[in-house]
Write a protein that binds this ligand. Sequence first.
Ligand code: FA5
Length: 356
Amino acid sequence: MLYNIYMTLNELQTKLSEIETSINSKLQTCQDTKTLQDLQISALGRKGALTELLKNLKDLSLEEKKLFGPKSNALKQSLTTAFEAKLAELSLKEINENLNKTKIDLTLPAFPFNQGKRHPLAIAQKRMTDILSRLGFVWAEGPLIEDELHNFDALNIPKNHPARDMQDTFFIKNTARKDFVLRTHTSGVQIRTMQKQKPPIRIMAPGRVFRKDAIDATHYPVFNQIEGLYVDKNVSLADLKRDLTVFMRGLFGQKAEVRFRSSFFPFTEPSVEVDVKCVFCEGKDANCPVCRGSGWKEMLGAGVVHPNVLKNCGIDPEVYSGYAFGMGVERLAMFSLNIKDIRAFYENDIRILEQF
Ligand code: FA5
């Protein structure tokens, strides 16, 4: 609707009343926000009826403008207010209608929420380090890529000594002509600790180690050990046996059967291996995949620190003595959590992992 031809004041006032009546009546009957918005644009928009009518204001005399101007502004204001009120009313109506259409059953059970858990190895290792820290051992660490000095030489394992074959090693050739290895055991942390700290020493060093071992129920090429080292005056094999027995009973319960078997490690003299009675078959199953029918499973190697190792680290073996051990975390975890196969720790089968 265009009002761009000249209009008298009277004509304009009549038009203004018509617009007011028409829009107010349409507003009354409007039922939804979309129609309301269209109506608002047709009345007050850039090309709406009222806006077009007001363009005629410029052709009126000053007196006429004073009469018509405030009237038309008042109408514009009252219409704007009426539109706002109607919009609020219709929006609320539509929200309520939508809510009624979309039925929400508040009694339905919630969607399952998968919460992460600690890995069984982490749980078992924490139990072990908790017991050791109650026995006075403090945390120590060493690098996973170790030099031959710390992994072998300073541990009294000379070059070409057959003991190096005992732990099938992943060697890393270095351009600086110094050979590194993926550490085959945590015993290098003994050396690193004794090089920078003098007795009394009582450390535990948990961490990953690497060996070219074939995978079976109790062997994995990447596994974890916890090294223990206690050096002070008058430390003996008796202290080792006492502390390891307390440790095993703490982990497996007072009824656990522990066996100390004499063994050989170049860095301890005397050396022992510590076995635990097989919790799976108790020696009654000749085909047991864990103990292979022997009834016992080796958990760790240990012994009294060799005097040469103390000397290599600048500690006088005439004054000090110590014991050391290196326990297999997976083996101990299998026994304490009743897991029959070491692969269960690494296959990430959630049905197994979520049981702990
Ligand atoms: C050693 O590694 C010695 N460094 C332990 C030691 C430390 C002796 C201090 C004396 C003094 P051994 O190779 O036996 O020892 O390994 C120790 C333990 O690691 C074993 O008893 C076993 O529990 C675990 N272990 C060894 N090889 C594997 C493997 N492939 N997978 C899982 N666990 C293993």
